[in-house]
Design a protein around this ligand. Structure first.
Ligand code: F6R
Length: 604
């Protein structure tokens, strides 16, 4: 959570810092701020709320400078007020700092600094940093003062600092992401590449313990002890168009509608060039043959993708379970060297998931991460990585990344089934592969249909929204409910359809539509359960292909193209993403930045 950005060059920085903050706003939007260095003192501007508030302030009270740092906040320590907004400064205002992460020893540092006479002006953990840097700064060597201060910080941080009169940004990371962008005549620092992708795709992923000194003409990277380190420059294969909203009102709709494209990338990355076989390059066959079980650890939407994949593996005869990463650390299932733990994380930075990965690793399991972000902490923590290639996702609600995760994981599952002793390769593998190759076209038909928008309007005044399914349909029901509550703020629940009669049926009334997901497996039972709700007065919406027998027996229909049962849930999920989107839009919700949430959850 929180996004930080820095820009160093010879010309004006303010627009690029603000643009970077807008692109990182998905990481938090409680407040925003920036500091600029122009040779005549540091200029600091802050505002509560979204980056737009900061932009409005800059039109009234402009600021300029060729070197800048900025911050967009998701509050942890201290309320979302202007005092608590970053950048934070020392008492004289000539050192400014932005920070993402948590300084765990901030209380003791604060007490020490207060004893020295420092007066704090905010409730944040971050404010100790500029005062501590000031404590060590002799007016001559800013890099030494910064590094000396950083060495005293405990916890996680990506931190960037500027000094009055110094054409440089100093930055360090430990446990929070920080990437350097290298353009012809300027450098960027940011929590994530989307901050500067429109300028450059050449990046250096900084590692824990790195300290970067970024000047207009040169960047150096050292350890906190000052030893030089060599970090390689990599190219990012994300399309800069994807970080712009284009003609859309919301990133979420753009990202839903771009799935035929993003999914094509995911699918092509995991099939052979001819598209007739799976090509997933993780662990050698002998290592896979030694696996006896698979555990998925993940949070939120990524957990639902893990649930989907566990189901696919179970169908292939492999022992597999999905765990919520936060609970995994409390009560992990026993693991051994024969356990493969798959951490599913779009961002690669989710603290709960990283914690679960460490738990599994230290217990001896093999750890694989399935992620969207190269250079992320998950990639560095895992033994091996598999990328979903979905491109950048800016809307806080995950949409295209769920589809890419579920497809990547399902193909991985087939790959594991081929080599694990307990696995049985899918008896209709050719049909599965035909289905996956057709998915982008099928998805296009889903996004072109208008049924979800009509049903969203029709049911808008309902008291609650229930989603039910079996097997793969159950993971989709849970995901659909999460998406619905996340962006509409309405009550929504996802249930295993057979579970409805064991309690939740008590909540069903004529004012609670039930969306029943038909994937082509176990559909008779799902229909029976849906009808139990219908008998109690609820409208049942069949999320099913045209011509499905459930359509005649239910009240409304969200159509799906015909496909293999392995993929039908994904098509249903996209229809239900559209349902959530249109309902939230009608209700006037903050769709791309739902209240209280942030996309990258880097606290436990
Ligand atoms: C919901 C959503 C979240 C994330 C969760 C895990 O739409 O986006 O539930 O799925 O915070 O995030 P990652 O996948 O980055 O680990």
């Amino acid at each position: 959570m929180c996004g930080i950005v820095g820009r160093v060059g010879d010309d004006e920085a303010v627009e690029r810092v603000v643009a970077g903050l807008e692109n990182l706003e998905y990481r938090g939007y409680d407040s925003a701020g920036l500091a600029l260095q122009n040779g005549a003192g540091l200029e600091v501007r802050k505002s509560t709320g979204k980056v737009q508030e900061l932009k409005d302030q800059l039109t009234v009270e402009s600021a300029d400078g060729n070197v800048g740092i900025g911050h967009t906040r998701w509050s942890t320590h201290g309320a979302p007020t202007e005092e608590n907004a970053h950048p934070h400064t020392n008492e004289t205002g000539d050192i400014a700092v932005v920070h993402n992460g948590i300084v765990e020893n901030h209380s003791s540092l604060r007490r020490r600094l207060e004893r020295e006479g420092v007066e704090f002006t905010s409730d944040t953990d971050t404010e100790v940093i500029p005062h501590l840097v000031d404590h060590y700064y002799d007016g001559v060597d800013p890099k030494w003062a910064f590094t000396r201060a950083v060495r005293e910080l405990e916890g996680s941080y990506a931190v960037a600092a500027m000094f009055d009169g110094e054409d440089a940004v100093f930055a360090a990371r430990q446990g929070s992401p920080l990437v350097l962008g290298i353009d012809e005549d300027q450098y960027f620092l940011a929590s994530d590449v989307s901050a500067f992708l429109e300028y450059t795709d050449e990046v250096v992923y900084l590692e824990d313990g790195d300290v970067a000194t970024v000047r207009p003409e040169i960047v150096t990277v050292t350890t906190v002890e000052g030893r030089p380190v060599d970090r390689s420059v990599e190219s990012v294969d994300w399309n800069p168009e994807e970080v712009n909203k284009g003609a859309y009102d919301h990133y979420m709709l753009k990202e839903i509608e771009s799935q035929p494209y993003s999914l094509t990338n995911s699918i092509e990355s995991h099939l052979t060039d001819a598209g007739d076989a799976i090509d997933v390059d993780v662990f050698d066959p002998a290592t896979i043959a030694g696996f006896e079980e698979v555990q998925f650890v993940a949070c939120g939407t990524s957990y639902h993708a893990g649930l989907y994949a566990a189901n696919v593996l179970n169908e292939a005869g492999i022992r597999a379970r999905a765990f919520r990463a936060s609970e995994y650390q409390v009560a992990a299932d026993p693991v051994s060297e024969e356990t493969l733990v798959v951490a599913v994380t779009q961002s690669g930075e989710t603290a709960d998931t990283l914690g679960a990965m460490r738990t599994a690793s230290s217990a001896g399991a093999h750890v694989l991460t399935v992620t969207n972000v190269a250079g992320s902490t998950a990639v560095r923590t895992a033994d091996e990585s598999l990328f979903i290639h979905a491109g950048p996702e800016i809307g806080v609600a995950a949409t295209k990344t769920f589809s890419s995760q579920a497809v990547t994981l399902s193909l991985l599952a087939q790959h594991l089934a081929e080599y694990m002793e307990s696995g049985t390769p899918h008896p209709e593998l050719d049909a599965v592969l035909d289905g996956v190759r057709s998915l982008p076209g099928d998805l296009q038909r889903v996004v072109d249909s208008e049924s979800a928008s009509m049903l969203a309007n029709y049911y808008l005044d309902s008291d609650a929204f229930f989603f039910i399914g079996r097997g793969l349909g159950y993971s989709v029901a849970q995901e659909a409910a999460l998406k619905f509550k996340e962006i509409t703020y309405e009550h929504a629940e996802g249930f295993a359809s057979g579970e409805l009669k064991h309690g939740p049926l008590a909540m069903v009334t004529p004012r609670t539509p039930v969306f029943a997901i038909f994937t082509g497996s176990h559909d008779e039972k799902t229909l029976m359960n849906a009808k139990e709700a219908q008998t109690r007065g609820a409208d049942v919406v069949a999320v099913a292909p045209d011509g499905h027998p459930a359509i005649d027996e239910t009240d409304a229909h969200l159509p799906l193209p015909e496909t293999h049962p392995m993929w039908a849930g994904l098509l249903a999920n996209v229809q239900l993403q559209l349902l959530s989107y249109h309902a939230a839009n009608e209700l006037g919700r903050s769709i791309d930045k739902p209240r209280n949430l942030a996309k990258s959850v880097t606290v436990e």
